[in-house]
Ligand binder design. Structure first.
Ligand code: ZN
Length: 318
């Protein structure tokens, strides 16, 4: 059995560096109507995206290369072949794991994009909570004329689903996806500090962490440590769907910190049906998952910021 799997891995590796799309063309030039619809859907009112000198929002990058229902031009078939090999080997499930984009210059209405995509890497066989399979990373290089304007790197896990019994045994709290943009937040949490990003250009605080400032577009930032005081701004009570790591019903709160930003977290210290808007809460850090468990594959217990209802004020609201 293991010989078969290794052979598969070796065959998959031969796809590294193969073109997945050659000389693909965007269906439409970069255009104002699509930019306007995107900004309305996202609630993005940044003035840079409107008017005679408008640029396209960088996060729209992939939209200009998408093929729509009719598919896009330039596909080579290599990606489909790779998927067929994985399907035949029982890796029939797929999940997108992450996407990284790099923007080299803004796109403007009238720009006509072309793109090439390459299967950049295929991982060794990996066993994850979902099952066993291979991570496949594809890189798309997007150009306007001869100029590279950005890259889009997209990673999926194609895997054979784990059996239900294994899933339940290893059901721990989902781990945060730590990336370049939010690593500082999770480093703070590990030190039992709740760090809020602050734009050093205009001073606006923001959470969740983002690479840029929504108020002024500034890219430079530092952090301030939250005092830990807050109130329940809103909440929902989760009943379904149930997930083995959680024990519904439970309340998920949107906490407004004293500093003014809001964070999604658990409200602890009262039963789920006693959580109310306006309840004063105070930050604490809670450990989840027993580190002694034999399935501790991804690095120890999980520490999360949660908010405990302040006992001294509990009777005042409600
Ligand atoms: Zn700013």
């Amino acid at each position: 059995m293991s010989t078969v799997v290794d052979e598969l891995g070796a065959r998959l590796k031969t796809y590294e560096g193969r073109a997945a799309a050659v000389a693909g063309r965007g269906k439409d030039p970069v255009n104002e109507p699509m930019i306007r619809h995107w900004c309305e859907a996202m609630g993005d009112t940044n003035p840079a995206y409107a008017g005679p000198d408008a640029v396209a929002p960088p996060t729209m990058f992939q939209a200009w290369t998408m093929g729509g229902l009719s598919g896009h031009t330039g596909r080579t078939g290599a990606y489909d072949e790779l998927f067929d090999l994985l399907d035949e080997a029982g890796c029939t499930s797929v999940v997108a794991t992450d996407c990284e984009q790099e923007y080299l210059r803004p796109l403007r209405p009238g720009d006509e994009v072309t793109f090439d995509a390459v299967i950049e890497s295929v991982s060794d066989r990996k066993t994850t909570k979902l099952g066993t399979g291979y991570f496949v990373t594809t890189r798309m290089d997007v150009r306007v004329g001869p100029d590279l304007v950005g890259t889009h790197r997209f990673r999926i896990l194609k895997y054979a689903p784990a059996r239900q019994k294994q899933k339940i045994r290893s059901a721990r709290r989902p781990r945060p996806v730590v990336n370049r943009d939010n690593a500082g937040f999770w480093e703070g949490v590990a030190r039992h500090q709740l760090l809020i990003q602050r734009c050093t250009d205009c001073g606006t605080l923001r959470h969740p962490w983002l690479p840029g400032c929504n108020a002024c577009g500034g890219l430079d930032w530092d952090t301030v440590e939250a005092s830990g005081e807050g109130t329940v701004y809103s909440y929902v009570v989760m009943h379904h769907p149930s997930f083995p790591a959680f024990d519904p019903p439970y309340a998920v709160g949107l906490i407004e910190l004293a500093e003014g930003v809001r964070i999604v977290s658990n409200v602890v210290g009262v039963p789920y049906d006693k959580v109310r808007i306006g309840l004063p809460v105070r930050l604490e850090f809670q450990r989840y998952d027993d580190p002694q468990r034999d399935d501790d594959v991804d690095g120890g217990p999980l520490v999360l910021p949660v908010f405990r209802v302040r006992e001294d004020r509990e009777g005042e609201v409600g």
